[in-house]
Design a binder for this molecule. Sequence first.
Ligand SMILES: [Zn+2]
Length: 548
Amino acid sequence: MRPPHPAQDDRPVLVLGPNPTPNGGMHLGHIAGPYLAGDVYARYQRARGRKVVFTTGTDDSQTFVVASARRLGVEPEELCRSSTELIREALTAIGISFDGFGPFDKTYQATVLDYFQALHAAGKFRLKTVKMPYLERTGEFLVEGLVEGECPVCLATCRGGLCETCCHPNNFDDLLNPRSTIDPQDVPGVRETTILVLPMEEYREQLTAYHEKWAPYWRPHLVQMVRDVLSRPLQDLPITYPLAWGMPAPFPETPGQVLNAWLELIPAGMYTSSYAAAQLGRETEPGQLWLPEENMRIVHFLGFDNAYFFALAHMALLMAHGDKYIRPEWVLTNEFYELESEKFSTSKRHVLAVQELLEELPRDPARLYLALTAPEYQRTTFTRSGLDKVTRERLVEPWNRLAETIGKATANAAGGPSALPVSAHGRALAATMLSRFDFNYEMPNYSLNRCADTILTQIARLGRLAADLDGHGLDEKPAAWGDLILQVRALLALSAPILIDLAAAARDAGGFDGVLAPGAFEVADVAPFTPPLLSLTAGDAAGSAAQR
Ligand SMILES: [Zn+2]
């Protein structure tokens, strides 16, 4: 069955960002990856009048928290608290419009436990005795973020559980040359332990059918990875680990063990969905929005580096619940974003935090540049010189010339500006803009790169039209001005998911009403107005006419 064409798909949409791990702040690589993509998508869906719930929440149970806390010499709980604050601050500063950012609270934990207890009661898990890296000196098993070695599939250096390069899982004692991430001199031995696992092989048929249905629509790297994983025996998925950090697993067979933190993320999504819906005024039980009768579609944005969990492990767990819950329809992955052609690295201090960039630059040009260079299909890089060049030469200067030309003509209109006629040609051009932006904002074509590039292309085109009219009064060429102003209004409305402050200032100036229904630009006349300006100086939001 083909998925419904998104242009005709007015079901409410649940947009999920990945859960940030609270082991530090948020850098531009995170934002240019799934968060900006999710935000722009959610904003466009809202503008189209669809019901949207956009949510995430932190991922406190991960061993990466413990490893980072020990390297920093702080308590993991304290690191979670301070990092969550930094993460929320960064998301707000750059304008990621989550409807609710679910806290790691008692309801979160109860939702996760219910989800796993139902599967345990239904006999979906198996006990399995496995060998795992073990440090005699500390008496600890080293798994997930606590261990590093070489990936048995691609030989890249990776952590336990998952390789961020090829995205294949590595479980138990699969890692080559394992060592501790806290102290690489600590070389573990192996020790046997008995844990609960989900036999993934039992879900092969369902996983294959699900993925082949979506393979024509998802990004190729994800499809290739999934097919590669499915071409091999599917590894048993660890449900519990013998670790001291994480949510206690409530199963009698595995006393003292915790749940595999990665696997919390679907019930966490169920919890944060309800948390966000409550912020929007609708109270639901966690999980309710994932029931088929709610008729929602899930769009999941995430980094390729952990796509194995979202595309395979989480999916098998959802399948183990039978048909109780819906499954994500669109899973959009991104690749790594680099800083000046080098990987972002907190430990090497090669990072640029969101807050640092926004001390120098307003968020609209920052969002535009991140959207334009987002790593959708391959690794891309942030460069300071590229940011300066693009934002100055293709965004701020040409936009401001265009806005000033229109503002001057509006201000000079004899007897005050009055409505201008729009020609059939002008309406057709605005409709073409709507259709082209819609193509770029909607699945299956959704692309931040192309949305951003389309904004810049249209600024340049409308700038040429404005230059031709400059010096002519509104009353001298009313239809030409009417056509131009209608298209500028269309551009402001269509760039609003990315240029959020410019859009807000334009709404205040009477530029458009923020709604993008089909036929939005089928008008006979248009009111002239003074478009707001953009700034390259931090602290200046999109300007108003008064700032000229
Ligand atoms: Zn690998």
